[in-house]
Design a protein around this ligand. Sequence first.
Ligand code: NIG
Ligand code: FE
Length: 409
Amino acid sequence: MRSPSGNSGPRRGAELRELGIIENGAVLCVGGKITSVGSTKDALRDPWVKKHRKKIREIDCAGKVVLPGFVDSHTHPAFVSPRLTDFEKRIAGASYEEIAKAGGGIRSSIDAVRRAGKSELAEKVLSALNEFASHGTTTVEAKSGYGLSLEAELKSLEAIKAASALWPGTVLPTFLGAHVVPPEFQRNPEQYVSLICEEMIPLVAKRKLAKFVDVFCDKGAFNEEDSLRILNAARKNGLQVRAHISQLTRTSLERILKLNPLSLDHLDHVDEADIQLLTKSKTVATLVPGANYFLGLRDYPPARKLIDAGVAVALATDYNPGSSPTASMPFVLSLACTHMKMTPAEAIAAATINGAWALGIEKSKGSLEPGKDADLAIFDVKDYRELAYWVASNRCDSVIAAGFVAAPR
Ligand code: NIG
Ligand code: FE
């Protein structure tokens, strides 16, 4: 995944297809970092390797595919239970929005999170992180957003922190207090927005519990004005911003892009003007087709249009109990290829290096290059295209995170 042109910036257009495959390759890692990447022949001739051969742990990947560990740049793991009643309601014909209006959806996950102890929640997050790793993911962005009170949001972020400490991969926490307006503020949503801006964000920043602030900017959640107010408060408190936008209905991206979000996510309803603006920006468009799949939608985000226009596209699972209960990046690659007409190579780059750009960690994650973290995923397939080809089949052999072998199967 080394940049073919040396361009710095997320992969765009034809560059998204350049995987820089090394056949019969070897990756040398020392102290949790990658020190060299090249052919096995050259690695074996390396004087340092010759001298230290006995101390080096060799992992034989013959006949397998080795990738940078997936960077899943959009997940919601801080919840307690699956949402099975909503699942059945949707099967009977109700839409995501209808379910939300009837008290289901995000709001129906709040009570259990508010009641849960921090360690119970941390256990849920940790079991999700282990599931991510078992499918080849070594870096995960993890949002709060099912507590929606000062106390329960702080607890969610602390649970994410506690779980991360027990997981060998890397977790980037995001505060999503602006997921929906909780029931007690239903009549006075502005008051909840004030609580987010004036109390929650400053405290989250002060306690260093999140790197990012996210907002669900859409019908039934937060309008554009309130979303901008929240993201401005985030920036004022030194936090970076991202947003769920244009998932259910279109919001023009013009104003939100002025805040330089690292990523805007979902983007099902972008129009030509939005695409032009994204092309000119550094913001990554993170597409989460697991949500379209699970909600049974016919349409998927316009990946082809975005990529061909030169927008930097990433892929993520959107792991959550309401719209995308999957931790599997390979499944997302499959959806990207079958439903969005991305090529397997584009999907892999979107799930690794562009995911890293979407989180601002491109200097340490997302490609196998000297100096980067030793985060690798080994797959029991002969050709990288098989990753997107075998549907609902986990071919991940093991992952290495910061030089440690994790989640071996
Ligand atoms: O990304 N769109 C908003 N949030 C989630 C859904 C969360 C939920 O339903 O629990 C999403 O799809
Ligand atoms: Fe989401």
